[in-house]
Design a protein around this ligand. Sequence first.
Ligand code: FMN
Length: 170
Amino acid sequence: MANSKSLIAYFSRKGSNYVGGRIVNLPVGNTEVIAKKIEELTGSDLFKIDTVKLYPEDYTETTNVAMDEKRKNARPELTGTVDDMDAYDVIYLGYPNWWGTFPMAVFTFLESYDFSGKTIIPFCTHEGSGLGNSERDIKKLCSNANVKSGLAIRGGSVKSADKMLKSWLS
Ligand SMILES: Cc1cc2nc3c(=O)[nH]c(=O)nc-3n(C[C@H](O)[C@H](O)[C@H](O)COP(=O)(O)O)c2cc1C
């Protein structure tokens, strides 16, 4: 990918979450940990997909809000936009698995730009469902993009994912 400019766009929710069978407090969200490692390894620009309306602190409440958004096929409003999406050829797209795919905020994000001709490389953190339907959903929303197979990492393994990430990126 010489001379191609890359962006890491990711959604991640810090705070109370369910990891390895128990509720823990994550000062940095699992997906953000991976996004920052990819930043270090690739030198890509970084963009965090944030919603105007914050999700609840509580894990179970968040699962309820997320389920409701999914059922309504909602498009939560985002706080910011990528300055010059045209400049990027490669997008590393990161998200947690929420109810079998990415959070609805990532649907908002993917519908906000034209990804024609760009390469999208998904990565996801999860608690057992892997990438779920997320790759299929990216392909549906970005039918003119080249969507590579994604990497799924268990939430409890993000801190020790360096080796796996290096071999995946190469
Ligand atoms: C609303 C919500 C729904 C979730 N749904 C799933 C799921 O369907 N399958 C799964 O394996 N993990 C699920 N999880 C667990 C997250 O995917 C996992 O904790 C992830 O690492 C969180 O990433 P983050 O800290 O970057 O937000 C869910 C978590 C939340 C908060």
